[in-house]
Design a protein around this ligand. Structure first.
Ligand SMILES: [Fe+2]
Length: 190
């Protein structure tokens, strides 16, 4: 069966244009913009010497928020637009399954961490506490088990920890260029 895929060379440009369109987009009630948050998450992955594919997943984990035009309004109205799944579907046309899976699981990783680590919830930002309810709340014991059985669940948990930390104003500029190498390299593995 023929599967349509975007050419490797254009993937970086495509992501850069998407980032450009979202430059001024708020990050759902946080102090920094969405792009600053995403770049900061990628920086944290690099800082922690994550493999290139996980750096790319960290950088692009909230792509769904860019792709969903009314994400902010939806959240304010108490509705979940499933940005994890929207982002993962877009990435599935361009990147290997490890990137797709880590992005797809990053909200479930939060539900897992809330269920298994009592201190984790307290450390979440107010906005993230609010979205937890909209996203369905903490996992049950059975859901935690099912979550851990999935491929790349542990990497999604790691990504989630960087995600929660990547909310510091002024820590990262919103430049995508320093990720060009990782994006092109990992896209070519897809
Ligand atoms: Fe995020």
């Amino acid at each position: 069966m023929f599967t349509w895929r975007v050419s490797k060379q254009s993937i970086f440009d495509e992501i850069q244009s998407l980032f450009e369109t979202a430059k001024a987009k708020e990050y759902l009630g946080e102090d920094i913009t969405l792009i600053e948050h995403m770049v900061q998450c990628g920086d944290l992955a690099k800082l922690n010497r994550a493999p290139d594919w996980l750096v790319v997943a960290a950088l692009l984990h909230d792509l769904g928020h860019i792709l969903i035009p009314d994400a902010q309004e939806a959240q304010d109205a108490g509705s979940d637009r499933h940005h994890d799944e929207v982002g993962a579907s877009w990435l599935a046309q361009r990147f290997p399954s490890n990137v797709v899976q880590a992005v797809k699981l990053h909200v479930d990783a939060k539900k897992y961490l809330v269920a298994t680590n009592p201190e984790y919830f307290e450390k979440l930002s107010d906005s993230s506490k609010k979205t937890l309810g909209i996203q369905g709340g903490a996992f049950s014991a059975k859901e935690c088990e099912e979550f851990l059985r999935q491929d790349f669940a542990n990497e999604a948990i790691q990504l989630r920890i960087w995600d929660d930390a990547a909310k510091v104003r002024g820590m990262s500029d919103a430049t995508l260029d320093r990720f060009r190498h990782e994006i092109q390299k990992v896209a070519s593995q897809g």
